[in-house]
Write a protein that binds this ligand. Structure first.
Ligand code: ADP
Length: 347
């Protein structure tokens, strides 16, 4: 038996049986027994059986139609406009409707979970943002109010307080600029200015520029490749400079005294190269690696504000690399060091 309309068949069968019993019952009451019925001619009995089946099929068809109309209304109401409504299967197959609805329910569940994750992420982001802004704001506020409310005569102290307040403002500015840049990347406002340039020259320029900073930190910064053959890549020079600078500065911030930061280039395949920034610093435990590129994510819960980072450096790096349709990787071991690497396309 076709399983699709088993409910309709059962229901119509019940109705027809009930109806037959009522007719036989009435016949019994009015004629005083069923003997006249049993004595009826054969064609009357066949006629009655035929009537039974005709009634059964008519009722079954009506019930099927009724169910289909109701299900179709439900189907149209429930399914989002994106999911096509297959008229053919709708009329022929209630099971296909059930399957579609089950699939829809599953997809909706996934979507709800995704929305919940996003909501948690948003909440965490706003919390982090408030936290990041509060500290420099509090610094500025306390120095300015001290200067306003206490009659400080010493010029030197006044200057010192103003400098501290100015530092706080610089820091606020720094965080807001970084946030602005990330927002531009996320909304796709930032356009890349793709040029062809020698990545080796760019890396050597960055190493030269960061020399004083590396000396101050007691870290030996070296580019580890042979300069003789250029490697021409297609990328936005300014943005890639920012990526390498952010990674190198991080290797200073989270490096160890007398440590080393090396920048290397490895060929990946004919088209791609890998730029690697390798340090022998503090390293990062494995559990932090999946979230490292999130905005404001910091490994140390005390948050490395002393180092002056906005907590957005790696998020910016990731956005820049992804805007180039390239990939970024990280490998790290605590107390051994870290390697941040990204791909670039050769010309
Ligand atoms: P910030 O340095 O401003 O805190 P980043 O987004 O640049 O923010 O880095 C996020 C976190 O990743 C840092 O707080 C630090 O804990 C970790 N990190 C980044 N680079 C390194 C590195 N080279 N070695 C060890 N830890 C690192």
């Amino acid at each position: 038996m076709n399983q699709r309309f088993s409910t309709a068949i059962q229901l119509s069968f019940l109705i027809v049986i009930l109806f037959t019993l009522i007719v036989v019952g009435l016949f019994y009451v009015y004629t005083g027994g069923i003997a006249p019925l049993l004595a009826a001619k054969l064609y009357v009995i066949i006629g009655q059986i035929a009537l039974f089946f005709v009634a059964f099929f008519i009722i079954q068809l009506r019930i099927e139609n009724f169910i289909l109309t109701k299900v179709r209304e439900l189907y149209k109401d429930l399914l989002p406009t994106g999911i096509p409504l297959n008229e053919d299967s709708l009329q022929k197959d209630v099971i296909s409707i059930t399957n579609s609805l089950q699939r829809f329910a599953k997809e909706s569940k996934l979507e709800i979970e995704l929305l919940k994750d996003k909501e948690n992420y948003r909440r965490e982001f706003i919390g982090n943002l408030a936290h990041e802004l509060k500290t420099p704001l509090f610094t500025v506020q306390s120095y300015i109010y001290t200067l306003l409310e206490e009659n400080i005569k010493d010029k030197k102290i006044r200057k010192k307080y103003l400098e501290k307040a100015a530092n706080g403002i610089d820091r606020l500015n720094f965080i807001i600029n970084d946030l602005d840049l990330i927002t531009q990347f996320e909304t796709g406002v930032t356009n890349l200015d793709i040029e062809h340039f020698d990545i080796k020259v760019l890396i050597n320029d960055i190493v030269e520029l960061l020399e004083i900073q590396s000396e101050k930190k007691g870290i030996n910064l070296v580019s580890n490749f042979d300069d003789s053959t250029p490697i021409i890549v297609a990328a936005d020079t300014e943005r890639i400079t920012q990526v390498i600078t952010n990674l190198v500065i991080n290797s200073f911030k989270y490096g160890v005294k007398n440590g080393t930061t090396e920048i290397e280039i490895s060929p990946l395949n004919e088209q791609k190269i890998l730029v690697r920034v390798i340090d022998n610093g503090k390293g990062i435990a494995e559990e932090h690696l999946p979230r490292l590129f999130e905005r404001f994510y910091r490994v140390e819960k005390t948050r490395n504000r002393n180092e002056g980072g906005s907590g957005l450096g790696l998020a910016i790096v990731k956005h820049i690399i992804e805007a180039h349709n390239e990939k970024i990787f990280v490998e790290s071991s605590p107390n051994v060091g870290s390697e941040f690497s990204f791909t670039l396309t050769r010309v």
